[in-house]
Design a protein around this ligand. Sequence first.
Ligand code: 5CA
Ligand code: ZN
Length: 407
Amino acid sequence: MRSWSAPDIVPLPGTGGPLRVHDTATGRIRTTTPGPRAGMYACGITPYDAAHLGHAFTYLAFDLANRVWRDAGHDVNYVQNTTDIDDPLLERAAATGVDWRDLAHREIDVFREDMAALRIIPPTSYVGVVESVDLISDLAARIRGTGAAYEIDGDLYFSAAEATGLGEISHLDRDQMLELFGERGGDPGRTDKKDPLDWLLWRAERPGEPSWDSPLGRGRPGWHIECSAIALDRLGPAFDLNGGGSDLIFPHHEMGAAETRCATGGPNAHNHLHVGMVGLDGEKMSKSQGNLVFVSRLREQGVEPAVIRLAMLDHHYRTPWEWTDAELPRATARADRWRAALALGAAPEAAPVLAAVRAALAEDLDSPAALAAVDAWADTALGEGGTDTGAPALVRATVDTLLGVAL
Ligand code: 5CA
Ligand code: ZN
């Protein structure tokens, strides 16, 4: 599937240090150790509605990781899926009288525009589920071949009893797993399963639902297997960084990792990154809650994408936060102050700013600390002034390349 247009990346002097990120499985901040080409997978949108700030905040975190790795001299193989066939998409399409394919294409188009406007580096491979049905059903068949899956009326289930290491990422107990499984797309109430936690790999054709031929019969993929299969196909096993928002830790990433472990004998990824939820009015911003601030709506209202990006960068990716009316004025004031400092003919030295931004981002993507370093430079430049005539250009490049903010 077509990705979106890439922002220009201005080269910076020197190279940054290795990326360290919090890993959900170990609960520790760990140094990533990619080869020349780092591998990263982020769970993409289910395109039944436009992208909201929560989605954008998640992709911003992966974008920062991408930028830190590139700055450290790595190529990045970045893969993102889009869930262009799933229950919520079919339900919305039916409720609004739109063909599910048209709905998905329309929302993916808006998403691409939002991502490009926010200067999110596009995935190397942007992959839809519909175009991946063969490789997804192949992985499901491979899992069935190990004996870890069983069928009920043509539906194929992964048997939780056969899943080694279930709980290694989320560290939840069984009761917590059952509760979240029910809330997040699972079917613990289906009584003919061997265990309520058994999860769907392949859903047999139902009247009126789209379906595809496969070695498992006609049907469509379950949710978790789409990401395991696409990641395994594009990145291989044991890639560097896998993740999404923290709402995906369980069941999605736990069950996905179990699928890869079953098929390959090893882990899907070395590190698991999860982004805190963005809320509005005391609730997680979510399509099903309907409490949404759309990126596209803000852009239509004339809000500069750089300001939206600065507003999000003011929050550490792991900390859940609420979007309030104070966000945009604060980010606008910051952009104005930075622009005023960048317009000066001379300013304080920029090399320490570059070093501070690099260090902040390399240490668990600490964007608020990176913003603080630029703030301090701008305040001094505008207050006491400086004598370095090359400094504004270097700070501009730093902010552009590492933070993705073009001023
Ligand atoms: N298509 C699946 C992943 S395979 C999905 O979760 N789609 S989604 O449209 O619901 O979410 C897309 C991405 O945004 C996911 O990584 C999800 O974890 C993240 N996300 C959703 N809501 C929020 C929120 N309020 N704050 C932060 N991230 C969010
Ligand atoms: Zn996913």
